[in-house]
Design a protein around this ligand. Sequence first.
Ligand SMILES: [Zn+2]
Length: 228
Amino acid sequence: MDIVQITQIAQSLNGKFERTCPICKFRGYFKAYGSPPRWDARCPVCRSLERHRLLYLAIQSDFPLEPDGRLLHFAPEPATTRFVRPAVAEYLTADISGHHVDYTINIERINLPDSSFDAIICSHVLEHVDDRSALSEMYRVLRPKGVLYLMTPVIDGWETTYEHKHARGALERELHFGQNDHLRYYGRDLRDRILSAGFLLDEYTASGEACVTYSLWRGERIFVCRKG
Ligand SMILES: [Zn+2]
């Protein structure tokens, strides 16, 4: 049996502990997800993963959305759309592929006017692209006081971002960066890149207790970037 078969079987298995999904309020056993599979990762009802539930909690607690606002969601995932769309006045989606979105957009060169949005959600996109261009462009299209909710894999034990310039092929990128279309693993200096784009920065992470209840990644962060 190979890794793909093992992963497929594992993803059908129930988790070990009962969890609660804060998004759809399901309580019970989550499913495994990922390669290698993570137990208790995916809600069987709304299909949320750890990162979707963390964003929900951040928005519900410390960093609420502006109900009258206009929000742009890059690479939208349905579990996030489910709770964001009803929370704002205008919800718009964007992706480079153009499938099932409002705008076909290259995040490195956003073909929209300055100061167009009150909020942007950009989750697990930055590690795929020219991040300096993407951060600069998202800053540009946000209105003053607008907020970018940014998520990306970060290795907080590393001072500097790991970008292996020679990892050009898909297999090499998977080896170096964990996925065949990732360009880097961020270190703590991700914060410097955010600040360099002009943003003010807050961060959200869930408590240990919340990680148990909602099955979250311990220490995972949301970078809440505000245009001053
Ligand atoms: Zn759910």
